[in-house]
Each structure stands twice: as C-alpha cells, then as structure tokens.
Design a binder for this molecule. Sequence first.
Ligand SMILES: [Zn+2]
Ligand SMILES: [Zn+2]
Length: 170
Amino acid sequence: MNCPVDGKPLTPMTYEGVTVHTCTTCGGECLPGDQLSHIVSVREARFDAATVEALSSFTPLAGVPADSGARALHCPACESAMRVVNYSNDSGVIIDRCPACSCVWLDKDELEHLQILMEMWHDRAPAGVRDVAAQLEMARMQAAEATAGPFKGSRFAFVNAVINRLLDAA
Ligand SMILES: [Zn+2]
Ligand SMILES: [Zn+2]
C-alpha cells in the first residue's frame, strides 16, 4: 500500500486498537472508514495544549470548500479515485474517502484534530443537550431498526459518536 500523496510505502501501525497505515514522509494516514469513527469516539490519547488552543475557535461547517476538487487522490487500498468529503457532513474537517472500499485518508494531524474537536464539543455541551441526547439515541435506534442492513451509515458516524459520548457523561 502506497501513499496517495507522494507514492511512498505506508507503514502499518496500531493506534488506539486500530490498524492505521501511516506515511512516514508526509504524515498522512489511511484507515477503514468505520474504524475512524471508533478512534474518534474513544478518549485515550492526550493532546498538547497548543494544538487544543489553536482548534478552540474551529466552527463546524457543512459542505466542502470550492477548491477541494483540485485534489484527486487514489485510494491506497484499491486505487479508486477518492472523494473529498466533510467528515460526517458537518464536522467541518475535510478528508478523502474512497467510494469503493470506504477507506479514508487523513492528512498529517487531521485524525488528532478530529479527536480534539470531538472532546471540545463534548465538554462544551450544556446539560440540556445531554437530555436531548437520550432522545436522539432513541431516534437512532428506530432508524437502525428501519434499515435492512446493519446500521453503520458513515454520514451519521460523527453524530453517533457525539451521542455516545454525551450518554456516557450523562
Ligand atoms: Zn505520504
Ligand atoms: Zn478504496
């Protein structure tokens, strides 16, 4: 498996229980999409204060930047053309996802940024939101029952992770 940015071989590493293929040249990382939501939802890693401070004014956004189409990466796992997506539609973190095998590619530090943002938004959530989280969880389970296959829709991954975190804290 080679880096989609610079073509160098990727090195498999274990990060929070998940196998991630990392490029030691550019710092990018490739991992299965469903594993990304797992990593984002666990709270093991500790981050340096400067990075957390830099992200503290980050605002979640929908959509992708107009210039993101200029980037055309090919999936390290299956060579398909990857798509630029806003992680879970509204996180505001732009990543590359393979439509064929659902692998995701994150540039250097993007994985860490997703984790930091998740923790930050969770910590800011007012008590009222935690009450609502229980209702959201109910709606999510109903949606899961209404879906034929296993409910792992990636577009809900980030929201799911937030809900799970809120429920843990409630
Ligand atoms: Zn690279
Ligand atoms: Zn792929």
